[in-house]
Design a protein around this ligand. Structure first.
Ligand SMILES: [Zn+2]
Length: 411
């Protein structure tokens, strides 16, 4: 037995709003709103998927659209984000970046701006209730017109520093050239938002390059295709661009044949920053801790290496400094606590951080929540989320807009 991964403090940087819904909630909301779910989302859940060809991707998107259609009211939005934050807390995650394309909800929620404001209100309430800090990423859709993306980028920019921390680009990267979305990303960058497009999931290294060259990505959603290109990987490692690797998603969509085929070790061995994410647990059946479990079981990563993955998730995040420090300290405490099985570090060439401590039998137990971000104002201004210069690429003024953290609580 090794250290429990649900108590390893971590940050979650790749979770979609609809895809983060609990399956039980999907079923309940469908019943409440009179939506008939296909078997793949009801009795045969989780669905068997394939995203590597047009038909399989179309089916995945169709199931996604059905899931989206059960979210109809303000209460539904609050419930989804509250439950997502509860699940994060229960999995040791102290910081969640949740990605939403408000276009899919605008019609039912009174328009784009009200939809975004509702998501931000819900995120603020959920952060307050659960102790998990939340940053919202507004994501445009690659299969829509680039002008739509500009509209969303303006909306994201208007809320930078008030809960929105990044701007993304999702859906089928085989359609919609990254360069077409460069103007939208420029709008977001001017507001200090992180650029976090999807790339290198369904398409190869050129797609990752386009995210770097055209969109100036700070992080890449997936990016696993970079493992096929040594020069690109070297560039990613040197620039400290974090790859949001989502093993369960890769396997479910056929991007990797088995968990062992997700190129986690090649990416880590090249020195790339990797943050594990669940992407769409509603469709893939596995949440965040399962991704760490998979890294342990399928790739043989030691607790030291898993702790370093957790550190990378924190360092690649837009979390405010106090949240980052608390999570990083919690990770050290997790590693210092005795290994319940007394197992020695697993095989493989660990690339331990400088602060890797030897196992300390008297070490502190980690806080079960991981790291409660306290003592932070819920509406941190742009100056409230200054990142360490070495940790992530920051805007010209060195500042990042803040996410939503709970109010300070009594000691
Ligand atoms: Zn995604």
């Amino acid at each position: 037995m090794a250290r429990p991964l649900a108590t390893l403090p971590k940050a979650h940087l790749h979770l979609h709003f609809t895809g983060g819904m609990r399956h039980s909630t999907l079923v309940e909301l469908a019943r409440a709103h009179g939506v008939r779910l296909p078997d793949a989302l009801a009795t045969d859940w989780p669905p068997r998927l394939r995203g590597t060809d047009e038909r399989g991707w179309f089916r995945f998107q169709r199931l996604y659209d059905i899931a989206r259609s059960v979210v109809r009211t303000r209460a539904d939005v609050h419930r989804l984000i509250h439950e997502a934050a509860q699940d994060e807390r229960d999995e040791g995650s102290g910081w969640l970046e949740i990605q939403v394309d408000p276009s899919g909800y605008a019609a039912r929620l009174g328009g784009l701006t009200p939809a975004v404001e509702l998501v931000l209100d819900a995120a603020s309430a959920a952060a307050e209730a659960t102790g998990v800090g939340i940053g919202v990423i507004i994501a445009a859709n690659r299969t829509r017109h680039p002008l739509d993306a500009r509209t969303l980028a303006r909306l994201a920019a208007a809320h930078a520093g008030h809960g929105v921390v990044g701007f993304g680009l999702s859906n089928d990267e085989r359609r919609g050239a990254a360069a077409d979305f460069a103007p939208a990303f420029r709008i977001a960058a001017r507001a200090g938002l992180m650029a976090v497009p999807h790339g290198g999931e369904l398409a190869g290294p050129p797609s990752v390059r386009a995210c770097l060259d055209e969109l100036h990505a700070d992080r890449i959603g997936h990016g696993v295709a970079a493992a096929d290109d040594g020069d690109l990987l070297e560039r990613i490692a040197a620039a400290r661009v974090t790859l949001e690797v989502c093993p369960s998603s890769n396997v479910a969509l056929g991007v990797a044949a088995t968990p062992a085929d997700v190129p986690l070790r090649p990416l880590l061995d090249a020195g790339a920053q990797v943050a594990l994410g669940a992407d769409d647990p509603l469709l893939f059946g596995q949440r965040l801790t399962a991704q760490y479990q998979l890294a342990r079981n399928a790739h043989g990563l030691s607790d030291e290496q898993l702790a370093e993955l957790a550190r990378m998730s924190v360092r690649g995040s837009a979390a405010p400094p106090a949240v980052r420090s608390r999570l990083l300290a919690g990770i050290d405490a997790w590693l210092s606590a005795p290994d319940p099985g007394g197992a020695r570090p697993g095989p493989g060439d660990a690339r331990p951080g400088a602060d890797d401590a030897p196992l300390d039998p008297g070490g502190a137990r980690p806080d079960p929540i991981g790291a409660r971000p306290g003592a932070l104002d819920a509406r941190t201004g742009p100056g409230g989320a200054r990142l360490d210069p070495g940790d992530a690429r920051v805007g010209a003024d060195g500042a990042r807009p803040g996410g939503l953290s709970p109010q300070s609580r009594p000691a």
